[in-house]
Design a protein around this ligand. Structure first.
Ligand code: HEM
Length: 472
């Protein structure tokens, strides 16, 4: 079991470039809010298609992809970059190599992703799901991913810590897979493959954004923050490795579960279904480890906002990973394929699990980055409850709408598609209410972080010594 020494901890306190991490997170906050606003506006258009008039920049098709790319790349990916620049130095015991490159990455990512988002509103997008940014954005994005990945590898190569902690496994793998995946999905597949081959690779790309980028980044954060927050050792390092290799082995084959009943070869679809089932293994390893690591620390749930978000994210992870494999089955897909059920599932994973874990990490490190204690516990509470209640409303209505629509189309005769649309439109209205609450929750969070940095109470010695990061 690796225990990081007190001396190493004090060295570690200095290895993080706090300004860099702060900058990255501030930019992520902007996209959290703007991206979610995009979601709320899109959702209103489901009930009121004329909402916002006929301005092309605000047409449904543009706003929808603006929302999706805004939260997946603008919010989550930017936050993941910031978190990587926090965790990698801590875990290696040295500063990032080539410190200027870190600024090139953060600044150029900000410029390029903003151009990507504006391009979408201006109507320039390519037909790649979760890869809609046009090709002139994809080239620099691929270069930025390659650059930060190389920087992380060289930092690890020069590390002072002998042990490679599990978060580093997830971080290095996530960055490497995603560099390759981004190039494959955005620069190779659209131009060199057609028809069924193109669809199969698109399925691989799309699901790998979730499984080989968002999941490893989120899991790296969980494995990093869980022991430092609870001050308990990770329950089982062996289990964490089983989870890591399970993810690496099974995730790449799951993509075709998005295209069941399509002309893609049946055996490819069957392998995708089986691999989806096998994902239960890495997920349960993460959850078992989390529950084991929380042993004796459950009381922190009532007093620590970061623990609340960590545990809530874990609960949603259990649901996601029960829902994911079962909805990959052909019998279930017959009902829910192409319905709102899938949209509910997508939010469960990216919002319910990985956004919650990211918030947990940010609540923990923000006082370290700013030298100030969290400005308002009340606002943190509002953030938590608005997010939980808002998301519960959104998820339940989307799943309900999916079952109603799927049920009508599959189990009733003579049902026109438009009848299903009329039947589920009340669900959409309620979804907008849930989404608005979620956005208000996020606004409380961003305002709280901003005020913390401006006027939060300065951290004292007790606070600092309580937050020593010892990874065991
Ligand atoms: C950080 C928060 C959020 C994340 C990570 C997120 C993520 C996603 C993802 C991954 C999709 C694609 C779903 C699919 O194609 O299956 C999506 C679509 C969508 N989201 Fe969000 N979302 C967030 C917040 C919101 C909010 C607050 C709303 C407000 C109601 C919202 C409304 C929508 C709508 C309307 C769509 C399009 C659904 C469709 O095409 O049927 N999202 N979002």
């Amino acid at each position: 079991m690796a225990v990081v020494s007190e001396k190493a901890i004090s060295q570690k306190e200095e290895v993080v470039d706090k300004k860099l991490v702060r900058m990255s997170l501030y930019y992520a906050f902007v996209w959290l809010l703007v991206g979610m606003l995009g979601g709320v506006l899109t959702s209103i258009k489901f009930n009121y298609p004329d909402f916002l008039g006929y301005i092309p920049w605000l047409a449904f098709g543009r706003l929808r992809v603006f929302h999706l790319n805004g939260v997946a790349f603008g919010w989550f990916t930017t936050a993941a970059f910031g978190m990587a620049y926090y965790m990698v130095p801590k875990l290696t015991g040295i500063k990032m190599v080539w410190p200027k490159v870190s600024y090139v990455v953060v600044y150029s990512w900000a410029v390029v992703s903003t151009i990507g988002q504006i391009s979408l509103l201006a109507g320039y997008s390519q037909g790649v799901e979760v890869g809609e940014w046009p090709v002139w954005v994809d080239v620099p994005v691929s270069m930025i991913f390659a650059l930060i990945t190389t920087q992380i590898f060289f930092t690890i190569a020069n590390r002072k810590e002998k042990h490679i902690y599990v978060s580093l496994w997830y971080l290095t793998a996530g960055f490497t897979w995603s560099t390759i995946n981004y190039v494959l999905g955005n620069l190779i597949n659209p131009y060199f493959f057609a028809g069924v081959d193109n669809a199969a690779i698109q399925g691989f790309y799309l699901h790998s954004v979730v499984g080989l980028w968002i999941t490893p980044m989120g899991t790296a954060m969980l494995y990093y923050f869980m022991p430092v927050i609870t001050k308990n050792p990770v329950y089982s390092h062996k289990l964490s490795m089983i989870g890591f290799w399970g993810l690496a082995l099974f995730y790449p084959f799951t993509g075709a579960h998005h295209y069941l009943f399509s002309p893609i070869d049946t055996w490819v679809q069957t392998i995708a279904i089986m691999s989806s089932m096998m994902l239960i293994m890495p997920v349960w390893s993460v959850i078992t480890n989390q529950v084991g690591t929380m042993k004796g620390k459950w009381h922190m749930l009532s007093s620590h906002i970061e623990v609340k978000f960590m545990v809530l994210g874990a609960v949603f992870y259990v649901i996601t990973c029960f829902q994911g494999p079962t909805q990959a089955l052909r019998s279930m897909q017959q009902i829910i394929h192409f319905t709102d059920w899938v949209v509910g599932h997508a939010h469960l994973a990216i919002y319910g699990v990985f956004t919650m874990w990211t918030w947990a990490g940010i609540y923990y490190i923000w006082p370290k980055l700013t030298g100030r204690q969290i400005y308002s516990q009340k606002l943190s509470g509002w953030h938590f409850w608005l997010s939980l209640v808002g998301f519960a409303i959104m998820a339940l209505t989307l799943w309900g709408a999916g079952l109603v629509q799927g049920g009508m189309l599959n189990l009733e005769s003579n049902v026109a598609f438009i009848d299903t649309v009329k039947a589920i439109s009340p669900f959409w209205a309620v979804r907008t209410v849930g989404g608005t609450l979620m956005m208000l929750g996020a606004a409380c969070f961003v305002y709280n972080m901003y005020m913390t940095a401006k006027v939060g109470r300065l951290v004292d010695e007790d606070f600092v010594s309580n937050r020593q990061e010892v990874l065991v």
